[in-house]
Design a protein around this ligand. Structure first.
Ligand code: HEM
Ligand code: HEM
Length: 337
């Protein structure tokens, strides 16, 4: 953490060239999206396992704090994606390296060109939602309290990672362990280097499509709009519950194929492995001097990725039936009496 603050303060002091800023922004946007995705995959699984909790989670998304976060999230995803494509293109074309500075400016320009119309459309959904005088919005204290279990879970993941690292240190002889720092050039690291670039390219259409459906074509607020056609389907959300919204999407079959489940599975696998490997780069960079912590960070990332892949996949093969929708209706009635 101190090192992350140091990265920022040194960048400010150094008033680095645009390349330094591009690196910092790429890092911060990546970590921000990893954090969001962690909460998002867990709470999406509640649509299957705990319909009442899913109702609360989406009601929390529909509050001013999360609305501000939604704009920041979209900006992070768009910047990180465009900058990631720049990294991939330049890494494979050393003859273009002298255009690094210009390329970093072009990334900022493309990001702005995408974000301006997207933000205008998103803002339209926001105004419609908050202008409704009948609307009941959850209080800030409730919103913050609802995030506490996630904060505890994240701390526990770090503690578990360090504990496993300690056990590893006792079992494996110190001489057999690599010295601090990311072992560049190993076959495994070369695999991850290619994976980050290839998965990044595949994620672009998937995540842009997902965000277009959830923020532009419809808004986060339309997830609970009654008698509204669920985006990407021809089914109407009759109960106006977030659970029926997900059921409509996940139960849609085209030629016998559950297309949105398949789409979400591709998104889940690519994003989780890319995001947590990226998080490993960041965390091991800042703990390179301490073998226990450095290995602990690696274990935390592996643990986080495995938990999210398992929880997300179990949700994707689960069923959302009428009982779940009725439970969601009851939970909605309790939340907004
Ligand atoms: C949308 C398409 C995306 C593209 C094109 C992309 C591309 C990249 C590239 C090229 C890197 C550099 C890898 C390296 O240094 O070897 C990277 C790093 C990273 N990415 Fe992505 N990425 C995308 C989406 C995401 C998503 C959705 C997340 C979060 C879940 C994420 C989190 C990260 C993190 C944390 C890093 C490490 C940053 C660092 O080392 O400073 N990325 N990404
Ligand atoms: C506030 C912004 C977002 C909203 C409102 C939202 C909404 C949803 C909803 C309603 C679902 C349920 C399934 C479906 O309808 O397809 C879902 C699933 C999913 N979303 Fe998002 N999404 C957002 C942002 C993102 C971002 C930025 C990512 C990735 C970088 C992402 C990745 C996923 C994944 C992987 C799933 C499947 C989860 C599972 O397997 O259980 N979402 N999202």
């Amino acid at each position: 953490m101190t090192s992350l603050v140091l990265t920022l303060t040194e960048t400010l002091r150094y008033r680095g060239a645009i390349g330094q800023w591009a690196w910092v922004l790429h890092r911060i946007s990546g970590i921000g999206v990893v954090l969001f995705v962690t909460l998002h995959i867990i709470d999406t699984s509640w649509a299957v396992f705990y319909p009442d909790l899913y109702v609360k989670a989406i009601a929390v998304y529909q509050t001013p704090l999360f609305t501000i976060g939604e704009f920041i999230l979209v900006a992070c995803v768009v910047y990180h994606a465009i900058n990631g494509v720049r990294i991939g293109i330049l890494d494979n074309n050393p003859r273009w390296w002298r255009y690094q500075q210009r390329a970093a400016w072009i990334v900022l320009a493309i990001t702005a060109v995408i974000l301006v119309p997207v933000f205008i459309l998103m803002f339209g959904h926001v105004v419609n939602f908050y202008n409704d005088p009948e609307r009941q919005i959850l209080p800030l204290a409730f919103v913050i309290e609802s995030q506490l279990p996630f904060a505890v879970g994240i701390v526990l993941a770090f503690v578990a990672g360090i504990l496993v690292s300690g056990i590893h240190g006792v079992i494996a002889p110190a001489s057999a362990q690599p010295a601090g720092g990311r072992p560049h050039g190993s076959r495994l690291e070369r695999f991850w280097w290619s994976y980050m670039r290839l998965s990044g390219l595949l994620i672009v259409p998937l995540v842009f499509g997902h965000l277009a459906m959830m923020h532009v074509i419809q808004g986060v607020f339309d997830i609970t709009a009654r008698d509204y056609v669920t985006v990407g389907t021809t089914l109407v959300n009759q109960s106006g519950t977030a659970v029926e919204f997900v059921a409509n999407r996940w139960n849609l079959l085209i030629g016998g194929v559950a297309v949105w489940r398949l789409y979400d599975f591709a998104l889940l696998a690519l994003v989780v492995i890319h995001g947590f490997n990226g998080l490993r780069y960041v965390l091991t960079d800042y703990t390179a001097q301490n073998a226990l912590l450095r290995r602990g960070m690696m274990y935390t990332c592996v643990l986080g990725a495995v938990v999210l892949l398992v929880v997300g996949s179990l949700a994707l093969i689960g069923t959302i039936d009428q009982t779940a929708i009725e439970m969601a209706q009851e939970a909605m009635a309790k939340l907004h009496p």
